[in-house]
Design a protein around this ligand. Structure first.
Ligand SMILES: [Zn+2]
Ligand SMILES: [Zn+2]
Ligand SMILES: [Zn+2]
Length: 90
């Protein structure tokens, strides 16, 4: 899933393509820490990751997903609640 985060303290905003729900009902998500305040934030909005190649929902479209990885925006595992729980994001 694709999530939009806003820090409740410094109001910094960021987005992440590595947002996973904690439960099947998708009411709880793994948080990510604000890199300046070091507080865990929940996404305020979560949507399906759309495929940049075909425009369909990336989870089901069947395109080569290795090309979705943006080398300029590496996933910050050190700030990610899921990665730090030992269950790393794919
Ligand atoms: Zn902050
Ligand atoms: Zn696609
Ligand atoms: Zn992660």
């Amino acid at each position: 899933m694709y999530g939009f985060f806003e820090c409740s303290k410094c109001k910094a905003k960021w987005e992440s393509a590595k947002v996973y729900s904690k439960n099947k009902a998708k009411t709880l998500y793994y948080g990510q820490e604000c890199k300046s305040c070091k507080i865990m934030c929940q996404p305020y909005r979560v949507e399906e990751t759309m495929c940049s190649l075909c425009g369909e929902v990336a989870r089901t479209c069947g395109c080569d997903k290795t090309r979705h990885t943006d080398p300029n925006k590496p996933h910050r595992s050190d700030l990610c609640e899921k990665c730090r729980s030992g269950n790393r994001c794919q």
